[in-house]
Design a protein around this ligand. Sequence first.
Ligand SMILES: [Ca+2]
Length: 134
Amino acid sequence: MDTSELKNKIKNKVNKETIKPTSTKKKVLLGAIIVLLGALGLELSNNDFSLESLLAGNSLSESKIIRDANGNIDFSNPLNVKAYCELDTKNCADFTTQADAQKVFEQCGGTSADIHRLDGDGDGVACESLPAGN
Ligand SMILES: [Ca+2]
């Protein structure tokens, strides 16, 4: 092995080692972007996943919203409670009726655990400003 060959070998090694961290960072960034776009896609396509739950690091299955035959969120499933009640993700504007808001408010623990702050005045009635519903 002559000197120039050795030089080249060292040069290649140095290049590899200087490039590697950057390319790993890029991969991680790209991965993060893909995950975010994927999560956004789930949200936009109105699939039953809680984006907020995903972003908080919960898995896809933990973030899935399970509904009953009538399309209502099934709070008997603990995963729904996790996806809906562990983070402040809802406002009164997210509900069509007071009854819907009341349901989430109560399922998430009512007045003592009003994570979404749906009952600002603390009287146990969530989102009084919304139409009653049924
Ligand atoms: Ca209230």
